[in-house]
Design a protein around this ligand. Structure first.
Ligand code: ISL
Length: 564
């Protein structure tokens, strides 16, 4: 069916406010800082900006632990600053997407404070409290074997509550109980308020995690661990019911507001069902198959060497599978992932051209591309030189657990340098200033080690920079409606001869059946590590004007492509 809402032809830019730009000099990025850079965003040509959480929070998980859903963290500014940003974006044709963290709150949220104090509190049922169970020795233990994604059990005993409470993430992030109708009402009201305040849409954090299975049964434990992280347990039917309710409320109030679901473990079949045109529960999903494939058993802390063939297979499966049938938020990196330029292409000089290939892949993909701050600069992983520099709760917990398990310090450092979320959370380098021109104060986290080389000012002045190429790719997407709306046709499917390390495809303006394989021509993008996109020439047998041909060569060696 036809898809023609604004987000179907949009490019979204993700901002991690702590690390974008610091206007007031306290070392932490802020809303005034983003406001100061709206012309940069307009220059890039993006259509919407997604801000990760900006709400009051003890920052146990950098704001994904919300203490007040309707205010702004003082370090980020005020509600007025947010409105000023909204207006400045709107003036330049960009929308503001907010992050709603509805699976859990902070333990410092008034709901949880009230709930833990008093078993009779009306907020007690907002969360999952449990007295625990007694094992053979009469010891008290948690009601099931679920693990927290940030280490240890997903249950913490609370002295005040005299009960365990459930937290799939940090112990300062207690999970909300969506089976309790007042929870759903409260959250829906929050979404409605932000719509009234002019939000252009929402990104719903781990929204499928709200589907807690009835009875909270044990899960399949992770190999080599006592704990289960078993996403198969999630109650899909519940997700569809509750998220669908929220979706319909949002759409009733503002059909133009986009609803994006972050859904770890989502399958292609679910993505299709959840974004189907007749009865969607989400406008698009954020999927994970293409970012979990390079960890043993999906475990990010057991990294596997990059296997381009596997990546290509997963990428192609999702792109083809969704084509014309469903929709997703396409991304290669974000604030939770290592930098694509360090992950999907190899080191050295090769990385510079490889980054073009990656941005070409992203910006000509089927779905709504999400470009994360710094990807337009080709920033590689920060890879700190000491463990003390890491700030992320996940990294710090992991480092502690690895140390306890006897892993050597230098191995821990190497592992974090490859996998830590902080790799992509360091400040954006704006100038050749020592702190990258991000702040006049002390940055909250070490600056990027290659800030001096990759900063914005230098790339803005260089027409051959990745920034210039990325901007051109965004322009190309705008100029070719097929890039947003056409199907994804792997070149192999129309008789192209494509080496396994190269992802090559067409984004035709006409249905795929209209392509026939005839003759062959060598393609100029077929150099190792390169990539790009161009319009099919008028006389090409595989396409007609309006069709884009894209090549992303992720091989470090020569790989020649022939286009029929
Ligand atoms: O970061 C991850 C693994 O390293 C993911 O499993 C991540 O926890 C998952 O993508 C959910 O992410 C979202 O919710 C988390 C928060 O820490 C992430 O920053 C957020 O994007 C809990 O709110």
């Amino acid at each position: 069916g036809a898809r023609s809402s604004w987000w179907h032809s949009a490019v979204v830019y993700e901002i991690y406010p702590m690390s974008f730009y610091d206007a007031d000099g306290d070392g932490v990025g802020d809303l005034r800082g983003i406001l100061a850079k709206v012309d940069y965003l307009a220059h890039l040509g993006v259509d919407a900006v997604w801000l990760t959480p900006i709400y009051p929070s003890p920052w146990a998980d950098n704001g994904y632990d919300v203490a007040d859903y309707l205010s702004v963290h003082p370090a980020f500014g005020t509600l007025e600053d947010l409105y000023a940003l909204r207006d400045a974006l709107r003036k330049r044709g960009m929308r503001l997407i907010l992050d709603l963290v509805f699976n859990h709150t902070s333990d410092e949220h008034p709901w949880f404070q009230a709930a833990r104090l008093d078993p009779q509190s009306p907020f007690r049922d907002f969360y999952y409290f449990h007295p625990g169970i007694r094992d053979e020795d009469g010891e008290r233990r948690p009601p099931n074997n679920w693990g927290s994604f940030f280490g240890g059990s997903a249950w913490t005993w609370d002295e005040q509550a005299q009960a365990y409470y459930l937290h799939l993430f940090d112990r300062k992030q207690p999970d909300l109980n969506w089976d309790h109708p007042p929870v759903r009402r409260a959250l829906t009201d929050i979404a409605r308020t932000w719509l009234v305040r002019g939000a252009g849409g929402f990104r719903l954090d781990v929204i499928n995690f709200i589907g807690k299975p009835r009875g909270l049964p044990n899960g399949r434990p992770e190999p080599g661990s006592a704990y289960a992280y078993d996403l198969d347990l999630l109650d899909r039917e519940k997700v569809e019911r509750y998220v669908g309710e929220l979706y319909r409320v949002v759409k009733a109030q503002n059909p133009e507001a986009v609803v994006i679901g972050e859904t770890p473990g989502v399958t292609l079949e679910e993505a299709l069902r959840w974004t189907r045109l007749e009865a969607p529960i989400l406008d698009m999903v954020i999927a994970f198959d293409h970012v979990t494939f390079d960890g043993e058993g999906g475990n990010k802390w057991r990294p596997l060497p990059f296997d381009v063939g596997r990546f290509k297979k997963i990428w192609t499966r999702w792109q083809k599978g969704l084509s014309g049938r469903g929709w997703w938020a396409v991304y290669l990196g974000n604030h939770d992932q290592p930098r694509p330029a360090s992950r999907y292409v190899r080191d050295g000089a090769y990385r510079a051209v490889g980054a073009v290939a990656l941005n070409a892949l992203l910006l000509t993909a089927y779905g709504t591309p999400f470009l994360y701050q710094g990807e337009e600069l080709g920033l590689p992983n920060a890879g700190f030189s000491s463990l003390a520099e890491y700030r992320d709760v996940e990294s710090r917990n992991a480092a502690r657990l690895f140390r306890e398990a006897g892993m050597a310090e230098e191995d821990i450092l190497a592992l974090l340098g490859r996998r830590s979320r902080d790799n992509a959370r360091v400040p954006i380098p704006w100038t050749d200033d020592p702190a990258g021109g991000f702040t006049r104060g002390n940055p909250w986290i070490s600056p990027h080690p290659r800030a001096g080389e990759l900063h914005v000012a230098r790339q803005l002045a260089d027409p051959g920079s990745l920034l210039a190429a990325t901007r051109a790719l965004i322009g190309l997407r705008r100029a070719f409606p097929a890039a947003a709306h056409g199907p994804f046709v792997p070149l192999e499917d129309v008789g192209g001869d494509v080496p396994p390390e190269v992802i090559a495809y067409l984004r035709p303006a006409v249905p795929a059946e209209h392509f026939a394989a005839r003759g062959a021509e060598a393609h100029p993008f077929a150099e190792p590590g390169s990539g790009g996109a161009r319009e099919i020439s008028r006389d090409s047998p595989v396409g007609r004007p309006g069709t884009l041909l894209v090549l992303a060569n992720l091989s470090p060696d020569s790989a020649a492509v022939t286009v029929p």
